[in-house]
Design a protein around this ligand. Structure first.
Ligand code: ATP
Ligand code: MG
Length: 262
């Protein structure tokens, strides 16, 4: 698809509209963000607002800059203007390690990030590599294993033997070791068969509803992502094109035609 096909989506929603989609307990805001890699600017004047324990799903064509938004929140991009705030505190220029250790933001990678020759338990403990004491990482790992008995059963096996769905569960649960407040999740359903896709969204829903995590995800499976999320943003060519509740976007005819195969 060419970018022209998305021109029907119109101009960016204004910040007031975005505010209405967030709960009053604002957790993370992005204002006027321009960011990219080296000299290449990918995101242009991007805005985002999400409340505590809400979920926000980014959809859009390949190359639109969805992953770049998560990269920018986590500190992997070159930010040329704008500000990212968490509970009103500016975190724009924190490094990824500071984001994870001090700000409580965890990033779950799009690409498989499991070490196949290490055991499930060793992989899990890697999630605590920034902790001052390795015993803390072990204690946290025990909590996470308690929460996910299916992983606990496999803890002494090499991670390489896990199924795709189990591996995704390990990737998500490993991010919980640092007890983050915000989870950045890139393409959780990618490469999974349908029953595992359902499982992954159930896990995310539990983390949001029962543990109060704020979740910002990118999802190629727009239907699944929008069914799950409280808020949906459509990104085209590095700019916000549409924003609404997940339900609103599912009913939006242009979103249906372009992203839901309708
Ligand atoms: N590390 C990088 N260095 C240089 N350019 C990059 C890097 N990562 C992404 N880009 C470029 O930034 C643009 C946006 O990429 P991004 O990965 O954010 O898109 P996306 O919306 O996540 O796409 P997809 O749906 O394919 O994952 C693309 O043109 C891509 O080539
Ligand atoms: Mg991407």
């Amino acid at each position: 698809m060419s970018a022209d096909q998305y021109s029907v989506l119109g101009k960016a929603p204004d910040p007031e509209e975005l505010k209405k989609l967030s709960s009053d307990d604002v957790h993370l805001t992005i204002k006027g963000l321009s960011a990219g890699y080296g000299k290449m600017v990918i995101l242009h004047d991007f805005e985002l607002i999400v409340g505590k324990a809400q979920s926000l799903c980014l959809i859009g064509p390949n190359g639109a800059g969805k992953s770049t938004i998560l990269h920018s929140i986590y500190g992997f991009t070159n930010i040329t203007s704008g500000a990212i705030k968490m509970h009103g505190n500016d975190i724009t220029s924190l490094s990824p390690n500071e984001k994870l250790k001090n700000a409580g933001i965890a990033y779950i990678l799009q690409d498989a990030s499991i070490f196949p020759n290490m055991t499930v338990e060793e992989n899990m403990i890697m999630g605590g590599f920034l902790m001052d004491k390795s015993s803390h990482a072990r204690d946290q790992a025990e909590k996470v294993f308690k929460k996910y008995p299916s992983l606990n059963k496999r803890r002494n096996q090499k991670a390489g033997v896990l199924s795709g769905g189990e591996r995704r569960l390990l990737e998500i649960s490993r991010a919980l070791i640092m007890n983050p407040e915000i989870l950045l999740v890139d393409e959780p359903s990618i490469g999974l068969e349908p029953r595992f896709i359902t499982m992954v969204f159930e896990i995310l829903e539990d983390l949001q509803q029962n543990e109060g995590k704020t979740i910002i995800l990118v999802e190629q499976n727009a239907k699944k992502g929008l069914e799950f999320a409280d808020i949906g943003y459509v990104l085209v060519s590095g700019q916000l094109a549409i924003a609404g509740s997940g339900d609103e976007l599912l009913k939006n005819p242009e979103v249906g035609r372009l992203f839901l195969g309708g």
